[in-house]
Design a protein around this ligand. Sequence first.
Ligand SMILES: NC(=O)c1ccc[n+]([C@@H]2O[C@H](COP(=O)([O-])OP(=O)(O)OC[C@H]3O[C@@H](n4cnc5c(N)ncnc54)[C@H](O)[C@@H]3O)[C@@H](O)[C@H]2O)c1
Length: 258
Amino acid sequence: MTEMSKTLEGKVALVTGAARGLGAEIVRRMVAAGAQVTAADKRVDDGAAAASEAGAQFIELDVTDAEQWASAVDAAADGGRLDILVNNAAITRVVPILDCDPAEFRKVIDTNLVGTFLGIQAAAPTMASSGGGSIVNLSSPSAFEGTVGMPAYSTSKWGIRGLTRTAALELADLGIRVNAVVPGALRTAMTRRPGWEDEDYERHYGATVPLRRMAELGEVADLVVWLASDQASYCTGGDYAADGGLGAGSPPPIPESS
Ligand SMILES: NC(=O)c1ccc[n+]([C@@H]2O[C@H](COP(=O)([O-])OP(=O)(O)OC[C@H]3O[C@@H](n4cnc5c(N)ncnc54)[C@H](O)[C@@H]3O)[C@@H](O)[C@H]2O)c1
């Protein structure tokens, strides 16, 4: 990790889905930037270990549960102060529409979309009473197009785009900014596919991403840290991509070696 300036000094943050992957990296980078961070996840053992390593507090939170959200905001707030909420927790199911069990579809929507809604609803009053804040929701390239084999995930991320904009409009007068970050593909548990080796990921993302590779966790986490900071004080209601150019379209084919 490169030396970070203390852009979040004095800020109090709550990050969901922080037991591993991108959420754990966001916690690390926010602590490095000077924030007091509470890492939340339903995965207790991994979450507590990752938080302690990063220098953050850990709390158990299932983002689909409104009561747990109320306790999480209480636990994260310091003297009634909460400045930052990152709605990062998410799940996916890789199964096409015709084979998708409706209960599984609902579970993905409940976790990714309703979980984000509950987080905004729980955190905004505390943020407003401490003078405002910044909410960052994790979006996806799947929020901009259909995604074969991931109908529930894609639908949930499209929903987060609408929710982010609506929250930005409704909460602006309370001093709360709300934005979405669009990560490119990351090498995490979420993208692991049965039977895929490292070379398969490199071949696939090398051919389909303009920058010819997957994202490093820090390349996305730094964007989240920036949006959470006062450096982004005029940014609200936007989608901010760290996607290797995916949103611009498809890269030219890699010439076949002769
Ligand atoms: N991995 C990618 O390539 C990629 C690409 C675009 C967007 N994203 C988004 O980035 C975010 C992080 O993804 P990741 O790759 O680190 O995923 P991950 O699967 O590695 O981590 C997700 C975390 O969320 C937690 N979680 C799941 N359900 C929960 C619940 N009900 N309550 C609390 N915590 C819960 C999990 O326990 C896990 O720790 C997600 O919002 C994802 O949609 C990921």
